[in-house]
Design a protein around this ligand. Structure first.
Ligand code: MLT
Length: 209
C-alpha cells in the first residue's frame, strides 16, 4: 500500500486515454462512492480518484471542520487542505496520474477552492459546485490560466451570492480562467448542472488539444 492509503478512497482507472483524471470531492455526509456516477457521466472514460473526508460531524464525513453552517475553522481547513494535497501527490505516483481536475460539491467544492489557493500544483483545474469563499482573508495564489468552473444556485439557502462572487473574484485575481454560471436552483445538484459541466469540460478539452 502506498502513502495514498492515508485517505479511504476509490480509484477507477481510465478507460479512455488522454482524458484528465477527475478528483471527486463529496459534500457533507457523503463518502467516496457518492460522486462516482457524476464523474462517469460528465467525463466518461476518465480516471476517477475519490477520497472520503476525514472529519466527522455528527457521524457525517466532511473534508474540514466548521464552527457553524458556513463558518469555517480556517486553521483546520488549512491543515486538511495540505493533507489532501499530499494524498493527491501520493495517489498520482501510485496510480501514474497527471494532476487531476477537481469535481467538488458543497463541502468538497470548498476544499477544492482551498486547494487552488494553498496548493495550486495539486490540481490542473476545478469544477466547484455550490462553493463559497473558504477563507475570510484569501492567500495570494498563482493560478496562471487554470480553468475553473463555478456553478451556483440562485435559490441556494447555504451559499450566499456574495460569497461565491468573492471566491470568483479571488480566483480571477490569481490568474485562473474562471467561468461562473448561476442556475435557478437550490443547494442540491440538478440535471442542469450536468449539462453545464459537460459543456464546460468539452470547451476545456478543445482548448487543451
Ligand atoms: C461547508 O461547510 O463546507 C458548507 O457549509 C457546505 C456544507 O457542507 O454544508
Amino acid at each position: 500500500m502506498g502513502a495514498s492509503a492515508a485517505f479511504i478512497h476509490r480509484f477507477e482507472p481510465a478507460a479512455t486515454p488522454g482524458l484528465p483524471p477527475l478528483l471527486l470531492l463529496h459534500g457533507t455526509g457523503g463518502d467516496e462512492n457518492d460522486l462516482l456516477p457524476l464523474g462517469r457521466t460528465v467525463l466518461p472514460g476518465a480516471a476517477l480518484l475519490s477520497p472520503r473526508g476525514q472529519v466527522l460531524e455528527a457521524g457525517m464525513p466532511r473534508f474540514f471542520r466548521r464552527l457553524a453552517e458556513g463558518v469555517f475553522d480556517e486553521a483546520d481547513l488549512t491543515r486538511r487542505t495540505h493533507e489532501l494535497a499530499d494524498f493527491i501527490a501520493a495517489a498520482r505516483e501510485q496510480y501514474g496520474l497527471p494532476a487531476p481536475l477537481a469535481l467538488g460539491f458543497s463541502n468538497g467544492a470548498n476544499i477544492a477552492a482551498a486547494l487552488l489557493l494553498l496548493r495550486p500544483e495539486a490540481l490542473s483545474g476545478a469544477v466547484l459546485l455550490r462553493a463559497m469563499a473558504p477563507f475570510a482573508e484569501p492567500p495570494a495564489a498563482a493560478l496562471a490560466g487554470k480553468p475553473v468552473l463555478l456553478v451556483s444556485g440562485s435559490l441556494d439557502p447555504i451559499v450566499p451570492e456574495e460569497s461565491v462572487g468573492r471566491l470568483a473574484a479571488t480566483l480571477e485575481k490569481a490568474g485562473a480562467a474562471v467561468t461562473h454560471r448561476g442556475l435557478p436552483t437550490g443547494h442540491g445538484l440538478s440535471q442542469a448542472d450536468i449539462g453545464v459541466v459537460r459543456e464546460w469540460l468539452s470547451g476545456v478539452r478543445a482548448a487543451a488539444a
